[in-house]
Design a protein around this ligand. Structure first.
Ligand code: SF4
Length: 254
């Protein structure tokens, strides 16, 4: 009710485009609220344990190393996506992350800004992460399996994911996340080298081995898929709750 009153007051002075943007934002926020994301009590807080992004930046070696990979990515033309990109999006976030989120590849907004998950789907991802006390500003690192935008948002070709794979492997090896969250079919099929449908793989804890180290892994739907299909929001929320419970276990909680 309060939200509606504020919305109605402000919309009097808004252009049509601004009204649409605000309505879209409120729609997303309310969706997550009504799914229980904000309604459930948070019984833990990882932020005390997770080194903040600011603290992590003080770790000169790691910062340089992740930056070095990012510089290599920005200068890379090892596959055809390098020719059509505006900006590569190497990845961003905390340098000692609790969770590393891995998606498919940059879209138009990401290509324009050189940052991962910054469009509408990215805003939804941020809300999803925030609902379980995760954030790219404090305890998450966000990256993609390909760092340059496939034209017209097509799926990346196998030769492109394979040309780009060493960057992601080096990022995982350096960051050593406590948990990996795969967002979407393409990232899942690329990293797990499978053709199984995501509906059969999501919602289960499995493992990913990179550079001889194993990382616990959970697969969920890509936020862009949630924007296209309302029915996927509930299972995605179940996945987030499972991730939250696993993080609580890692944190020594119940
Ligand atoms: S997608 Fe990866 S391999 Fe291809 S040009 Fe971009 S950074 Fe290089």
């Amino acid at each position: 009710m309060i939200v509606n009153a504020v919305y109605l007051t402000y919309t009097i002075y808004m252009t049509q485009a601004e009204k649409q943007k605000t309505a879209d934002f409120l729609d997303l926020a309310l969706d997550f609220y009504t799914c229980g994301y904000r309604g459930e009590k948070r019984e833990y807080d990882f932020e005390d344990d997770a080194p903040s992004a600011k603290k992590s930046v003080d770790s000169a070696d790691k910062h340089e190393s992740i930056e070095k990979i990012a510089e290599e990515i920005r200068a890379c033309y090892n596959c055809q996506l390098g020719k059509t990109r505006t900006n590569a999006a190497p990845g961003e976030g905390a340098l000692q992350p609790l969770v590393m989120v891995i998606g498919e590849g940059p879209g138009a907004d990401e290509d324009a800004q050189g940052r991962p998950f910054v469009g509408k789907a990215g805003q939804l991802l941020d809300k999803m992460l925030a609902s379980i006390n995760l954030s790219r500003n404090t305890n998450c690192f966000i990256a993609n399996v390909v760092k340059c935008r496939p034209p017209n948002n097509r799926d990346p070709y196998p030769e492109e994911t394979s040309a780009c794979a060493h960057f992601l492997e080096r990022q995982i090896t350096l960051l050593k996340p406590k948990f990996i969250l795969i967002a979407g079919r393409i990232a899942m099929q690329t990293l797990l080298k499978t053709t199984v449908a995501i509906g059969k793989m999501r919602g289960k804890i499995t493992e990913l081995t990179v550079g001889g180290a194993s990382y616990p892994l959970l697969i969920t739907y890509h936020p862009a898929a949630l924007l296209r299909n309302e029915d996927l929001k509930r299972p995605a929320w179940e996945d987030l709750k499972l991730l939250r419970s696993k993080l609580e276990e890692l944190n020594g909680g119940s």
